[in-house]
Design a binder for this molecule. Structure first.
Ligand code: ATP
Ligand code: MG
Length: 297
C-alpha cells in the first residue's frame, strides 16, 4: 500500500501555481461534493475524483461529513483493506474525521461545528494540494460550512425530475423553471458569505449522473431544465456519468474505474469500462481544476 503523501510532489511536473490558485498562498484547493438529495452520486464521484488527482501525483486530503453513512470513508476503508489483502500499490488520501457538536443549544452547537470544521480543514490544507469534502444527502450545519469553504462545488444530479426539484422549482403546468430551490438558496448564501470575506466565488458545477442509455425523452427534458437554471442561478454544467453496474461493484474492494488496470483488481476490462473511464476524463476536463491535466486521467 502506498500513502499518497510519502511519494508525491507538491506540484507534479513542477509547474508554477496559476494566478487565483489558493495553493499559491499555501493552502489546498477545496472541492466539495454537495446535493441535499440523497443518492445522487456524491460519494461515488468523491472517490473517482480522489483517484484521478492522486494518480497525477497530487497530495489529496479527504473529509466525510456524512456522519451517519460515512460512504466515502467506508469506500476508502475498503480500499485500504483490499490493498493490504492483495499487497496492491493503491494510493490513499490523508483523512480527517469530524464529530458533530453534542451541545443542546443550537447557536453553541453551530459555533462548535464551525470550529471543528475549520480545525479539520486546516489540518488537511497544510500538507495537501487538494481537499475533497463529501457531504450528506440532507442539510447539516457542517455541510453548510463546507459549502462556504468550496473553491469548486460539484453537484451530481440524478437524471430525474424529482431530483431536479432539489435544485430548482418547475411549474407543473408550463414546465418552466420558476426559480431556485432551498438547496440552491443555500449555495447562493455560501457564495455571499465568501464574497463578504473577500474570497472569489466558488466555481459551481452541476453534473448529471446515472444517465440512462434508453430514456431519451426524459434525458432531453432534464437537460433543458438544467441548462435553463444554470443561466438563471449561475452554475456550469459538466458531462456526467452514465448508468453502469460497475459503479456499484467497485465499492466493496474500494476500487475506481481508474484502478481497473491494476493486476490485483482482477477485472476483465470491457468496452463499457473504457467508455466509463472516458466519462471520468471528460468530467475532469470540464472541472478545469488548477494544474490538472485531464488527458492524463
Ligand atoms: N453512474 C452510476 N451508475 C450506476 N450506479 C451508480 C452511479 N452513480 C452512483 N451509483 C450508485 O448509486 C448509489 C448512490 O450513490 P452514492 O452513494 O455515490 O450517492 P450519494 O449522493 O453519496 O448518496 P447519499 O446522499 O446517500 O450520501 C450507490 O449504490 C452507487 O453505487
Ligand atoms: Mg454519500
Amino acid at each position: 500500500m502506498r500513502d499518497g503523501h510519502a511519494t508525491s510532489s507538491a506540484r507534479p511536473g513542477g509547474a508554477p501555481f496559476e494566478s487565483g490558485d489558493p495553493r499559491a498562498s499555501g493552502r489546498a484547493y477545496v472541492i466539495v461534493l454537495g446535493n441535499e438529495k440523497g443518492g445522487s452520486g456524491k460519494s461515488t464521484t468523491s472517490m473517482h475524483l480522489f483517484a484521478a488527482l492522486a494518480k497525477q501525483g497530487f497530495r489529496v486530503g479527504a473529509m466525510d461529513l456524512d456522519l451517519r453513512q460515512q460512504s466515502f470513508f467506508r469506500y476508502l476503508d475498503n480500499r485500504q483493506s483490499f490493498a493490504t489483502r492483495k499487497n496492491a500499490p493503491l494510493i490513499l488520501p490523508q483523512r480527517e474525521q469530524i464529530k458533530a457538536s453534542a451541545a443542546s443549544d443550537r447557536k453553541t452547537a453551530e459555533r462548535e461545528d464551525e470550529a471543528r470544521f475549520a480545525e479539520a480543514l486546516d489540518a488537511l490544507s497544510a500538507g495537501n494540494d487538494f481537499v475533497i469534502i463529501d457531504t450528506p444527502g440532507s442539510f447539516s450545519h457542517l455541510s453548510r460550512c463546507a459549502h462556504a469553504a468550496a473553491d469548486t462545488l460539484i453537484t451530481p444530479l440524478n437524471d430525474s425530475l424529482i431530483d431536479f426539484d432539489m435544485l430548482g422549482r418547475v411549474d407543473p403546468a408550463t414546465g418552466k423553471v420558476l426559480g431556485p430551490s432551498v438547496y440552491s438558496e443555500m449555495v447562493w448564501m455560501g457564495r455571499q458569505m465568501r464574497a463578504a470575506a473577500g474570497k472569489p466565488a466558488a466555481d459551481w458545477i452541476v453534473m448529471r449522473n446515472r444517465l440512462s442509455m434508453l430514456d431519451a425523452r426524459n434525458k432531453r427534458h432534464v437537460a433543458a431544465l438544467v441548462e435553463r437554471l444554470s443561466k438563471r442561478i449561475g452554475f456550469r454544467v459538466a458531462p456526467g456519468f452514465s448508468e453502469r453496474v460497475i459503479y456499484r461493484e467497485l465499492f466493496l474492494n474500494g476500487l475506481t474505474l481508474l484502478d481497473l488496470k491494476e493486476p490485483a483488481a482482477d477485472v476483465k476490462v470491457t468496452m463499457s469500462h473504457v467508455a466509463a473511464r472516458q466519462e471520468v476524463r471528460d468530467l475532469m476536463r470540464s472541472l478545469a481544476l488548477p494544474g490538472v491535466d485531464a488527458s492524463r486521467v
